[in-house]
Design a protein. Sequence first.
Length: 301
Amino acid sequence: MTFKSLHHRQTRVSSFSLSSRLRAVKRIASIAILFVVLLLVFFAGIPAMGQGLPTLHMGVESSSDPKDVAVTLQILFLFTILTIAPSILILTTSFTRIIIVLSFIRRALNLQQTPPNQVLIGLSLFLTFFVMEPVWREINTTAIQPYLKHEFDQGRRAAIDPATGDAIPEETLPFNIMLERAVRPIRAFMWSQIGADGEDEVALMMVMAGLEKPSREPDVPLRVLIPAFVLSELQKSFIMGFLLFLPFLVIDIVIAAVILSMGMFTLSPVLISLPFKILLFVMVDGWRLVVESLGVSILGS
């Protein structure tokens, strides 16, 4: 028994020493690998240390040419426009009407997150791009392309607007001419959407702004026209939403009456009416009808 226990103890000691040696070898190998990596990083950075680092210089310098100041102001104005571009997209296009109508559909079907908000916003954006394509094409044709081709410089020297034939003040910059030409299609689009039904909104904003009723539509400033256009879009979208709610409201009333007549007071009518709403919406091809109605209401104005 003594010999066996001694042999067992020697075996444990030898295995322990072997494992400790393996751990020591692994530790040494890890240190060596780390040292090699540090050397590679150090020697790889030596060529880069000999190269000059780029610097960014920002400051205010004097200029004797007024055109330099004008170009700088135009760049600042462009950055300002980019920051408010989402608001311009929402408030000067039919995006408001489209997104509200699609949200009404989801609410009428009693679907909380189906379709998701990302899908509704994406669909609204693409529909907005579709219905606004004629307006943006006209802006590109009458304002952006002539500005890039320096046609406004020639018109400024001639003191005549090539599009309207109106006299151009001598101090008017080509960039300002481009902005004025770009606003015209947007103003025409907003006026076409406001129509006769939106004259009350325009009159309201004119009174709130303390302005008299102009004799011509171009005399209405944008600070009056844009909020009047948004109010008109909200009015039209809520009318369309109400009409979309009616058939689904009838389904809710019928299902609730049937459940109450059967004495099933604890059963929620919403759970029963939801499949019938979806079935009705799918059978009449609801998404196509809604998109078609939106397109006709906007493009047909």
